[in-house]
Write a protein that binds this ligand. Structure first.
Ligand code: 6PG
Length: 248
């Protein structure tokens, strides 16, 4: 099932996303005693991560039973401005007292992305005792339709026998990355795309209402629920009469 929700601005988007994360966490812990969340990088989720560190969501989320993973990582040291680990640390982790066992960063410091992807594969298999099954995967959308570090035309899009893969994106300031693969993302129970800003309006229209099969984001099909949360600026070019169709 795909659900599209549009919010007045990025602040409202972040607060709604925080509530969705809390609800997913409470349900996962009720049903399985543990909540596994895959975090997205970039700038959009900053507001969400800050909200999760503040009332009322901080108190409502069962942190003691929560494990945090990353959907992708730019291969830089963890204190580098480009690091997705640093993004999560400064907006959320620094204000929580999670044990290191609950935090599963992608060990990609920049030296060998292939080794980092293999190490993350092993960590996922050890934690899940087999294939990963995130309760919720947070995702962003690039203006080229990428998500996580799965870029249009990338060989990583055709990797189906692994959960994590090294990605070379020479067009980016950090060309080496490690990303979850589509099979890993699509084994998640739920996926939540957070998209904000007028700069994303055209790609949002193309992904949600354009021809299927053109962008990596259209290949994300979680097992239960696909959620798209947009602010009004990112939704500005959607044809309001048409239903959002993703990758049909
Ligand atoms: C990354 C992200 C990436 C991001 C999009 C959107 O590491 O860059 O995982 O997929 O979500 O590029 O980025 P913004 O939120 O900065 O627009």
């Amino acid at each position: 099932m795909t659900t599209l929700r549009i919010f007045p601005d990025a602040h409202a988007l972040s607060r709604a996303a925080a509530q969705t994360v809390v609800s997913a966490a409470q349900q996962a812990v009720r049903q399985r005693g543990i909540f596994r969340l895959a975090l997205s990088g970039g700038s959009t989720p900053r507001g969400l991560y800050r909200a999760l560190s503040e009332s009322p969501w901080r108190e409502a989320l069962p942190w003691a039973h929560t494990h945090l993973f990353w959907g992708d990582e730019r291969c830089r040291p963890p204190d580098h401005p480009e690091s997705n680990y640093r993004l999560v640390h400064e907006t959320l982790l620094a204000s929580l007292a999670l044990s290191t066992e609950q935090i599963h960063p992608i060990p990609c410091q920049g030296n060998n992305p292939q080794q980092a992807a293999a190490a993350y594969q092993r960590e996922l298999e050890a934690h899940f005792g087999g294939p990963p099954a995130f309760d919720l995967a947070l995702l962003g959308l690039g203006q080229d339709g990428h998500t996580a570090s799965l870029f249009p035309g990338s060989p990583a899009l055709t990797v189906h026998d692994r959960w994590a893969v090294a990605v070379h994106a020479p067009q980016l300031p950090t060309p080496w990355r490690v990303s979850l693969t589509l099979p890993a993302l699509n084994r998640a129970r739920q996926a939540l795309f957070l998209v904000s800003g007028a700069g994303k309006a055209e790609i949002v229209r193309a992904v949600l209402q354009g021809p299927p099969g053109r962008f990596p984001a259209q290949a994300v099909r979680p097992r239960e629920t696909l959620l798209w949360y947009l602010d009004a600026a990112a939704a500005a070019r959607l044809d309001s009469s048409a239903e959002a169709k993703v990758g049909v």
